[in-house]
Ligand binder design. Structure first.
Ligand SMILES: [Zn+2]
Length: 209
């Protein structure tokens, strides 16, 4: 459909690069909703909305989601951290829930220069970095990587004591398998954007320690 003059194109991603999905529902009459789902920002609108209404509401709801993200994202399952500030706040929530609050990172950031790792931690200065490739993945996978790196602030290596720290998180095994699957597919060119496929064949992270 052609854009009408004067009508700006709908954003295909949020300001943070999260894909935007517009879902039209015949069952929805008047209500509009927006939420994070499997790495997407979903805006649900009634099927009868015009393109102009869709544009107006998508922009309005993305603004709302963004404000929610900035307020801190831990707890509610359908939110996901958008900014670095929200990510740090989310990390604090995970540390308190699963690590007794003992892991206290000094900074937690999204980075786009980690081609072969999902995350890294530097215990010496308490910093954690997550690859922004994770943004497209389900929240429970992102949470696993974040917890993994938080645990490295307490135990540097991958020994038994380290893995015990991750036992309380219910999705640890599932998330490890998920990431191995992503690495496998990427390294064999199975994915839709498999160029730059240098994910490690074996693990999912090589920590910068
Ligand atoms: Zn590790």
């Amino acid at each position: 459909m052609a854009q009408r003059a004067g009508q700006p194109a709908l954003p295909s991603t949020t300001d943070d690069g999260v894909p935007v999905v517009v879902r039209r529902s015949a069952r929805r009459r008047r209500t509009v909703a927006a939420f994070w789902e499997d790495g997407n920002a979903v805006v649900a609108i009634p099927a009868h909305f015009t393109k102009a209404q869709e544009g107006e509401w998508v922009r309005r709801m993305l603004d709302k989601l963004k404000r929610q993200g900035e307020r801190g994202a831990h707890g509610a399952g359908r939110r996901r951290p958008a900014s670095d500030a929200a990510l740090a706040s989310h990390a604090a929530g995970l540390s308190s829930k699963y690590l007794g609050g003992r892991a206290k990172p000094t900074s937690v950031r999204w980075v786009n220069n980690q081609k072969s790792r999902w995350g890294s931690a530097t215990p010496a200065d308490g910093t954690i970095r997550l690859s922004d490739k994770l943004r497209a993945m389900p929240q429970w996978v992102i949470d696993y990587v974040l917890l993994h790196e938080l645990a490295h602030l307490l135990v540097a290596g991958h020994n038994a004591a380290f893995w015990r720290l991750l036992e309380a998180y219910p999705e640890t095994q599932r998330a490890k398998a998920f990431l191995e699957g992503v690495s496998f597919a990427t390294s064999r060119g199975l994915g839709p954007d498999a160029e730059g496929a240098d994910a490690p064949a074996e693990g999912w992270d090589a920590d910068a320690v």
